[in-house]
Design a binder for this molecule. Sequence first.
Ligand SMILES: Cc1ncc(COP(=O)(O)O)c(C=O)c1O
Length: 470
Amino acid sequence: MSSPVLPAAVASLFPAPDERRRIEDWLTGELVAALARLQAGPVTPTIDIASFRAELQTDDFSRPRALEDVLRWTIERMEHGIVQMTNPRYFGLFNPGATFPAQCADRITSLFNPQLASSASSPVPVELESHVIRAIGRRAGLTGAITGHFATGGSEANYTALLCALTASHPAFGSEGVRVFAGPVKFYTSRECHIAWLKIAHQAGLGRAALRLVDTDGRGRLDPQALERMIAADRASGAVPLMVVATAGTTGGGMIDPLQSCADIAQSERLWYHIDAAWGGGALASRRLRPLLAGIERADSMTIDAHKWLATTMGCAMFITTHGPVLSEAFHASTSFMPSSVAAVDPYLNTVQWSRRFLGLRLYLALATAGWEGLGAHVERAVEVIDRIKERLVTAGWSVANDSGLAVLDVVPPAELGEVRALVRRVVSSGRAWVAPVNFEGRDVVRICATNGETSDRDVVELVAVLNGR
Ligand SMILES: Cc1ncc(COP(=O)(O)O)c(C=O)c1O
């Protein structure tokens, strides 16, 4: 016979309120102290990963440990076990040091743990996310009914664009798949695109050969004439062109494809026009930089990652479109167990995901506290950081390979500093700064991106010194 009352909740998983508060307060203090150490310490991991693996081998979860001990252990291992995006001398791959409001959002979301699949389960979060999506869409100059959603990353948002393009281009695609097309489907983006497009073509079932990489103009931007020629050749050979993708802020060089020319071609060829502004879309926040994105308002859809230049915590992309019905057509589903089923509203009926985290709060809190002006100042500050680095490097004999206007600098060292990849290895292993080697327009360059909103003049001087072998 079972006991008359239920056993108590497992205390290690659900501590009593006093204990919870005690640990939360302690954790907050630990994290603030860790942040100060991270910002002053090495950018690169210092942990011996073989020892760490051996340490994990000894842990078979048979002996529970006190939460504080495990938290202290985790912070210590994180402090030595990752490339530190929070360090102001991380000049890296678009990964930001997260804003404090975005971090607060994660804390709130963790407590409430809302399920954002359905508007009935999470009416406030669903409205709030839509509000932010519409605000960003308006900022981009979209008109009409702006819709979209927060996604896990630029890759998911770009995948969504491809599914929308497929869905819009044939009424039977949803039921019959690609066999409805008269030939192999192709979509177009430049050689400098983010190469996740290959995985996207693969997972959509088109095959990687569906991605057509268009030549660039020698400056890292898609060449519109090459695009026209490629589309014409594909049509002539019986292929079915589907979508043009322009990149606003290429991963390698921060370059912006000719958005107007790409829009003209997509329009005259009757193709879906998507702009991958995963990183460069952040420039919309700045009145001064916004003109660089002229033409973005002509997109059928766009990707903007708030977890890049807008510095939310990781996994916070946006897919924005004015074709709500296509989105709803692409992701419709029907089941008896969901608490709501509202075609143009419920996220599970309009996105790749079903269960969804409350991602949009991160950007909402940043926008609400900094306003467009503050977010714009954050974005412009990154360009200023890059300008200062550029000036110092050019004076020291480096040459500049790109002319982005945004916050990525591709540079070639003077001959006496040796070849790029060895130089970058030396910089990264010093732990004093983090930069990347990339191949830009056929040559290796050192890629420097201002990703941290707290980089100071001292950090700039330190980066330039280590690059110059001092
Ligand atoms: C231009 C561009 N598009 C897409 C992506 C992929 O985004 P995510 O890493 O958020 O999936 C990136 C990532 O750096 C990018 O630079």
